[in-house]
Ligand binder design. Structure first.
Ligand code: NAD
Length: 499
């Protein structure tokens, strides 16, 4: 088991198999968003640390054994990491809750998912994806093989720190890549813990490197360099644009998992109570700080008043509180700065004429005043042109639009620059299938919302990103495809005949 010191105390940059302090000596305080207290102080990398981490990963790829390690050995490492994560489940869940604010129940779900993802990629790597091609010439053996893409930079956000980083590290290790992981500077603790377990599992030096710092400080060293072969980024669309621009300069491969503004469409034939419950959970889980949060309700006019009233009752009943308190159903926003952004969106909604049904304020419980809590908020009678409808507010804000025809509902569901996820609730299987195929989103949930599984691809259309994580595509992101043509009976070809 990891000790608290190992989790939180410097040195906690990990470069070339050694735990080191930042070269510049800088540190950063990590704050518990539930009460504003400092829970850890970690090393804050600067450009020189990031350059050293990329160099270590480059050397481990170019001259180390890892890319050439038999797949069975790499699988054993993945399974060992999964076992270590499972053994430290309580510890990891607690640290994730302290760092992000999410409830312990959510953190346990994240840790369990991460264990499954390491095991899934161990299983998938064992299956292999190489294939023989029939060229029509019996003398030729033609093979298409998968090889590790090379040095990967893995950048993760603060809302699912352990989970998002593991969705990258597990397939990258399975593929034989080396890597530099950069968690969000706001929530680095569970990634530090993960890398400690990877170290403990015996993964060779230089294969996994870790730097934590702000993106502004180390971003260009990690993403604007010819020494990196793939950048896999999860975060906001604006940062994704910068990273894609840097990658373009070097023709570096780039995988982007960006934001979402996800519609949840409810028809009158849907089961009412389960629809209310799913819309509520989809919008307010983790206080809306979920890329796939269903924060845009599109509900049939005939039932909208009744539906919104029922939702408001349930939203007012949500217990907002510290994630470690078992009574809490949702935690705080990740920081005071983030809450200020959410509050600005609420002000925009009010100014734009949306009707505030509930929330729109901080909780008045004196015990919550030091944390960055915000009440579940519903805006009714929203218009598609409003910024709170089109932009990712990344907080507990649900907007409501009404429709009358199926065509209108589909048009509203696709009326977004994003395209990460959508939900549809109806009892009509034919309508469900029409919407499943008509919605331009990477995941469509029918009569459910928010579920994912390691074996199914995750990612978005449009401004929600490029590429897919999880599933076989999530491994393919970390692989190059090579065609090997072997002629077993070489002979003069005779193309040029004049000399
Ligand atoms: P962010 O874009 O601000 O930061 C994400 C990461 O990028 C952080 O580690 C940050 O330090 C780093 N970064 C910032 N500038 C950088 C630069 N110039 N170069 C390199 N790295 C840089 O996002 P956030 O606020 O941490 O996370 C919230 C966003 O993440 C939301 O938009 C959410 O939808 C998205 N997200 C998407 C998914 C998905 O699967 N599609 C999952 C979770 C979160």
């Amino acid at each position: 088991m990891l000790t608290d010191d190992e989790l939180c105390c410097p040195p906690n940059l990990y470069i070339d198999g050694k735990w080191v302090n930042a070269l510049g000596g800088a540190t950063r305080d990590i704050v518990n968003p539930a009460d504003g207290t400092v829970i850890a102080t970690v090393d804050e990398a600067d450009r020189a640390d990031a350059v050293a981490a990329v160099a270590a990963a480059r050397a481990a790829f170019d001259t180390g054994d890892w890319p050439r390690t038999p797949v069975a050995e790499r699988i054993a490492y993945l399974l060992r990491i999964a076992d270590l994560l499972e053994a430290d489940r309580d510890h990891l869940a607690r640290i994730e809750t302290l760092d992000t604010g999410k409830t312990l129940r959510e953190s346990y779900i994240d840790v369990d998912d991460v264990v499954s993802v390491f095991r899934y990629y161990a299983h998938l790597a064992a299956a292999g994806a190489d294939r023989l091609v029939d060229t029509g010439d019996p003398a030729v053996i033609s093979r298409v093989v998968r090889e590790p893409v090379g040095v990967c930079v893995l950048v993760a956000p603060w809302n699912y720190p352990l989970l998002q980083m593991s969705w990258k590290i597990a397939p990258a290790l399975a593929a034989g890549c080396t890597m530099v992981a950069k968690p969000s500077e706001v929530t680095p603790l569970s990634t530090i813990a993960l890398v400690r377990l990877i170290d403990r599992a015996g993964v060779p030096p230089g294969v996994v490197n870790l730097v934590q710092s702000s993106g502004a400080t180390v971003g260009s060293a990690l993403t604007d360099t010819p020494d990196v072969d793939l950048i896999s980024f999860t975060g906001g669309a604006a940062t994704g644009e910068v990273i894609a621009g840097n990658a373009a300069k070097h023709i570096t491969r780039v995988a982007l998992e960006l934001g979402g503004k996800n519609p949840h469409i409810v028809f009158p034939d849907a089961d009412f109570d389960s629809a209310v419950d799913a819309v509520l959970t989809g919008a307010f889980l983790h206080s809306g700080q979920v890329c796939s949060a269903g924060t845009r309700l599109i509900v049939h006019e005939s039932m909208a008043d009744e539906f919104v009233a029922a939702l408001a009752v349930r939203a007012r009943g949500i217990t907002v509180g510290p994630g470690l308190d078992p009574a809490s159903e949702t935690g705080p926003l990740v920081s005071q700065a983030h809450r200020a952004k959410v509050e600005a969106y609420v002000a925009l909604g009010i100014a734009g004429g949306a009707r505030l049904v509930t929330g729109g304020a901080r909780p008045d419980d004196p015990a919550l005043q030091a944390g960055s809590f915000y009440l579940p908020t519903i805006f009714d009678h929203c218009q598609r042109s409003m910024r709170i409808v089109q932009e990712e507010t990344f907080g507990p804000i649900l907007t409501v639009e009404r429709f009358t025809t199926d065509a209108e509902a589909l048009a509203l569901g696709n009326d977004t620059a994003y395209g990460l996820a959508a939900g549809v609730r109806t009892a009509d299987p034919a309508r469900a299938e029409r919407f499943a195929r008509g919605l331009r989103h990477g995941t469509v949930w029918l009569n459910d919302f928010g579920y994912y599984t390691p074996a199914a691809e995750w990612g978005g259309f449009g401004r929600s990103g490029i590429g897919r994580e999880l599933g076989p595509s999530g491994l393919a992101e970390y692989q190059e495809t090579k065609h090997i043509w072997l002629n077993t009976a070489p002979a003069v070809g005779g193309w040029f005949t004049h000399n």
